[in-house]
Design a protein around this ligand. Structure first.
Ligand code: FAD
Length: 486
């Protein structure tokens, strides 16, 4: 039996890698964690979820200040924001969370952390900083980076990605955002609220293209009403720079009209590419493609003792998905309890205002899968708490299959990401719709909408003519006491 320095070696100290490291070390496996940046935490902590949600909250408060009259308050003239103050707040939130992801914490759990850029020298060994480290099993959890589309002129033009956007020295006066996925949508609204003139260019006919069009259009309308300008069905022709703070994007709209968009900054948010190029994977027969590492449903790569988890696999690129996959790897590689991934109930949320949260099938995915479904909806305009909060936009949409089992839920509205968690529990726990319908929810709460949409399914059954006839027959009910004129 060959002997190795470590039971498990993990490359990448983000959500996926940290989950594997914490789990393995606590189970008593001799664990090595390698990170190429100078701190642990990965994209989510440093350039993704945490800074974006902190910025979004700040922009939301500024927006509330500017719209105070909507709440019956005096109107106020707010001074312009200083972005450096916002970046300071972002760094302070990151700093607090960083303590949880510190080298000391992982060492206390039993994992050794080292920093550098490793290259596989064989399928059990990596070379780094002039040393060789061997492990019985390896996990590649190196995440993803912003993809640079091959637009004419882009490489010669200064542009921003999620790596730079949270550490600018001032709020740009204007910005062209290329792409209209979750990151682009969130940033478009946040910067618009901070008084940047924002233009969003999208190739297809809707924003948030994984979502149902009716839901995505409502998000777009909300952003448009705040001032974001959208160019749908538009293709980028060329990009050029006329100075550090003067960029130009020429687009062609669906009707072939060319439009020149001039802005101080360009933000590229057009998808992600896996971080695999510098690992030496070609030499050890670990297969990958443009999207990421090829893994099976136990997250094993084409080398059975090398696993992949998180964004690098190119599947569901979310922090909670990375954490989930990390847990599956621990189960398979350390516990030897074979577990397969099951993405059926992986939820996600776009943190626009209103938020758009989703679990399971939406109409688009159901149609693609050839599943017959029915939909039930309830608007937030009918939710008392929502009205009290000043929030009228949005709805919940529930999909049932032919057997009337729930197959998916989308919520567009205030705190939709939080409201979805009731469905996360219900769907994972196979809770019956009748249980949800009869569970008393506190009044007035936004989450009453979850119960109400289930009620929309039961109402026609309970209050049907058949039921009424039966009750009349058995209990001699006298029927209507009032006839409306209409
Ligand atoms: C702007 C933005 C907002 C986002 N918001 C959300 C959100 O609200 N909710 C959500 O769920 N997801 C969000 N995401 C996605 C989320 O950040 C990722 O899905 C998550 O970080 C993936 O975790 P990971 O461990 O796979 O990769 P990462 O967190 O990127 O970690 C990979 C680590 O590997 C390291 N690494 C890379 N190459 C090497 C190498 N060769 N050697 C050693 N180390 C290496 C990297 O430095 C990094 O630390 C957002 C992403 C962005 C960009």
């Amino acid at each position: 039996m060959p002997s190795y320095d470590y039971d498990i070696g993990i490359i990448g100290g983000g959500a996926a890698g940290l989950t594997v490291a914490a789990g393995s070390a606590q189970l008593g496996a001799k664990t090595l964690l390698i990170e190429k940046e100078k701190e642990l935490g990965g994209d989510c902590l440093h350039y993704g979820c945490v800074p974006s949600k902190t910025l979004i909250r700040t922009a939301q408060v500024y927006h509330l200040m500017k719209t105070s009259t909507k709440f019956g308050l005096p109107g106020v003239k707010v001074p312009p924001v200083k972005y450096t103050h916002i970046t300071k707040r972002i760094q302070s939130v990151i700093g607090t969370i960083q303590e949880h992801d510190s080298v000391e914490r992982f060492c206390s759990l039993g994992a050794k952390v080292i920093f550098g850029t490793p290259v596989f020298s064989d399928d059990h060994a990596i070379r780094m900083n002039g040393e060789t480290y061997t492990a019985k099993r390896w996990v590649i959890a190196t995440g993803s980076s912003p993809a640079a589309p091959p637009f004419k002129g882009l490489t010669e033009t200064p542009y921003l990605t999620n790596k730079e956007i949270f550490s600018l020295d001032r709020v740009p006066e204007s910005m062209v955002i290329l792409g209209a996925g979750p990151i682009a949508t969130e940033m478009a609204q946040a910067f618009c609220r901070l008084d940047t003139e924002v233009h969003v260019v999208q190739r297809s006919g809707q924003i948030l293209s994984r979502e149902d069009k009716d839901m995505a259009d409502l998000v777009m309308e909300a952003l448009r009403s705040e001032g974001v300008r959208f160019y749908l069905n538009s293709t980028v022709q060329h990009i050029s720079s006329h100075g550090e703070d003067s960029q130009e994007v020429v687009i062609k709209q669906g009707d072939n009209t060319p439009v020149s968009l001039k802005a101080e900054k360009i933000l590229v948010a057009m998808g992600r590419k896996p971080n695999i190029s510098d690992l030496g994977l070609g030499g050890i027969d670990v297969a990958f493609d443009r999207k990421g590492l090829k893994v099976d449903d136990r997250l094993k790569t084409t080398r059975k003792h090398i696993y992949g988890a998180g964004d690098v696999t190119g599947v569901y690129q979310f922090t909670h998905a990375a954490g989930y996959e990390g847990g599956i790897v621990v189960s398979n590689a350390v516990f030897h309890l074979p577990r397969k991934v099951n993405y059926k109930w992986i939820p996600w949320c776009t943190y626009s205002d209103p938020e758009l949260a989703s679990i399971g099938m939406n109409e688009k995915r159901a149609k693609e899968a050839g599943i017959s479904y029915s939909t039930f909806t309830e608007p937030f305009a009918g939710n008392d708490r929502s009205l009290a909060e000043g929030e009228r936009v949005g709805k919940i949409k529930m999909l049932l299959d032919e057997k009337e089992n729930p197959i998916g839920v989308q919520i567009l509205g205030p705190h939709a990401g939080e409201l979805l968690n009731e469905w996360v529990a219900a769907l994972n726990g196979k809770v019956k719709l009748s249980t949800l319908a009869s569970a008393v929810h506190p009044y007035p709460t936004l989450s009453e909408i979850n119960r109400k949409v289930v009620g929309a399914y039961f109402s026609p059954k309970i209050f049907s003519d058949k039921v009424k006839k039966g009750l009349k027959l058995f209990f001699q009910l006298k029927g209507r006491a009032c006839e409306s004129e209409a």
